[in-house]
Design a protein around this ligand. Structure first.
Ligand code: BGP
Length: 472
């Protein structure tokens, strides 16, 4: 079966600053939360790899850009490393060396015919702000972030037309303060709420700033809403799915797209004694400054059922009070990552956005397949024969294209990732790239089979897909 990819539908690839850059040229006091976590708990990072060298993008970005050009890539998303961009937050001093590096990367991309898309924060919260202000617990950090955004827009607005305030803003505090499974392991649900709220407010304030300056281009946010599937149609399982959706999806989607939190959110906060500090003026700002578009990262479906056990009210509140994760028997798995593979996810997510979020323009900003021990698939010439990745992308993209045919306002598909890169904790265990990175000193790069396949897709704009059950 053949599917035609609309002419203006973006086919790109993504990455982030901290997962590629490495620490070359980093100055004292420029650690991010990820750097500090790595320094504090190196032992939890697979084989000890982490952000220190990463893919050495700081020095080797031109090699990557050359490869993008070689495969005719048209769009590339990455982030600016907030923790490296500023030297002094209180005085608003920029690190001119790092700022020049961003200019150089943007110039190289543009010269190669690759449109840059930039995210202001992909987990790169400066450690200084974490230590001195308790990170996003403080309103002051919202101000620092807006000041940083103003400086970034001023310098690069003529080179970049697609901006994102955050990548997956819910993630750090969920892992650190809600689940307490990551450094600094502090369970504190109200802090989780406060961080979420301040990131929503920070997005609204940055949207306001962007508009007030009249910059050309669009500003959005990359979210990772999870497509929630209830185990059954029973009211109990349905309620579990609704609550999951409320706490992990609507908590960002509603204020960012509709301009307000849903009534049910305030009601549940009251019932559960969840508290965070806000003022009416902020809620007005959120109402007036919704995003132009969304980036949506999608990897796996979330399946839930009603909880089987009574919640212990002495325990700190966790949304798990209302749901239990459900593993569908017989599901297809990516065993390297431990994530279910369910390509129809992209169609369902597209319909969810169409129906519940006014069909706002959006694009898949991440989707892809991390695979362990990829060297086993190398042919004699050293090219990784990653047919499983080609299959994964093809099936997911086919569902997305079907959604577009049915009126979804999806503008594109960006693969995670352009090159193999560092993951939080999993480091280089699971490889995601179209480009393989050897972990030698040179960080040698080679195109995988999927890169040639992606190039053909970009050139011909035809997706050939087996006519199997998954796409019927
Ligand atoms: C997303 C992040 C990316 C990337 C990806 C793959 O949630 O935005 O930064 O890491 O997940 O996941 P992982 O690296 O955990 O395998």
């Amino acid at each position: 079966m053949q599917l035609t990819i609309p002419k203006d539908f973006i086919l790109g690839a993504a990455s982030s600053a901290w997962q590629t850059e490495g620490w070359k040229g980093k100055k004292e006091g420029q650690d991010s939360y990820l750097d500090s976590w790595y320094k504090n708990e190196k032992f939890v990072w697979h084989n000890g790899y982490g952000p220190a060298v990463a893919t050495n993008f700081m020095e080797q970005y031109q090699d990557d850009v050359d490869m993008m050009q070689k495969i005719h890539l048209t769009h590339y998303r990455t982030s600016i490393n907030w923790s490296r961009f500023m030297i002094d937050y209180e005085k608003g001093v920029v690190d001119e060396d790092y700022a020049q590096h961003i200019d150089d990367v943007l110039d190289a991309l543009i010269a190669a015919g690759v449109e840059p898309m930039l995210c202001l924060e992909h987990y790169e919260l400066p450690t200084f702000l974490l230590e001195k202000y308790d990170g996003w617990s403080s309103r002051k950090v919202v101000d620092f972030y807006v000041q940083y955004a103003a400086e970034v827009f001023k310098r690069y607005h003529h080179k970049v037309k697609y901006w994102f305030t955050f990548n997956e803003p819910i993630v750090i505090q969920t892992r650190c303060y809600l689940d307490a499974i990551r450094w600094p392991h502090e369970q504190n649900t109200n802090k989780w709420m406060q961080w979420n709220y301040h990131k929503v407010l920070a997005t609204a304030k940055v949207v306001e700033l962007f508009k007030s300056k009249g910059y050309e281009g669009q500003i959005g946010c990359v979210l990772n809403p999870e497509m929630v599937y209830a185990r059954s149609s029973s009211p109990e399982d349905q309620k579990a799915a609704e609550m999951y959706d409320l706490f992990f999806n609507r908590i960002y989607l509603d204020p960012l797209v509709h301009g307000s939190y849903p009534e049910v959110f305030w009601k549940v906060c009251k019932e559960e004694g969840l508290e965070f500090t806000y003022i009416q003026e902020d809620l007005d700002c959120i109402a007036q400054n919704t995003v132009d578009f969304l980036g949506i990262n999608q990897y796996y479906p979330k399946r839930v059922r009603a909880p089987r056990y009574q919640w212990n009210n002495q325990a700190p509140f966790h949304p798990e009070k209302f749901y239990e994760t459900f593993d569908l028997p017989g599901r297809q798995m990516n065993n390297s990552r431990g994530w279910e593979i369910y390509p129809k996810l992209l169609f369902d997510m597209a319909m969810y956005i169409k129906e519940r979020y006014n069909n706002i323009p959006w694009l898949i900003t991440e989707n892809g397949m991390g695979r362990e021990n990829e060297e086993q698939f190398m042919d004699a010439s050293g090219v990784v024969q990653d047919d499983y990745r080609i299959d994964f992308i093809g099936k997911h993209l086919s569902w997305l294209l079907r959604a577009v045919e049915q009126g979804a306002n999806c503008k594109g598909y960006m693969l995670w990732a352009f090159t193999d890169c560092v993951s939080p904790m999993n480091a280089f265990k699971n490889r995601y790239g179209l480009v393989r990175i050897e972990l030698n000193q040179e960080r040698t790069r080679t195109l995988k089979k999927s890169a040639a396949w992606y190039q053909q897709l970009i050139d011909q704009r035809i997706l050939e897909i087996e006519d199997d059950e998954a796409v019927k």
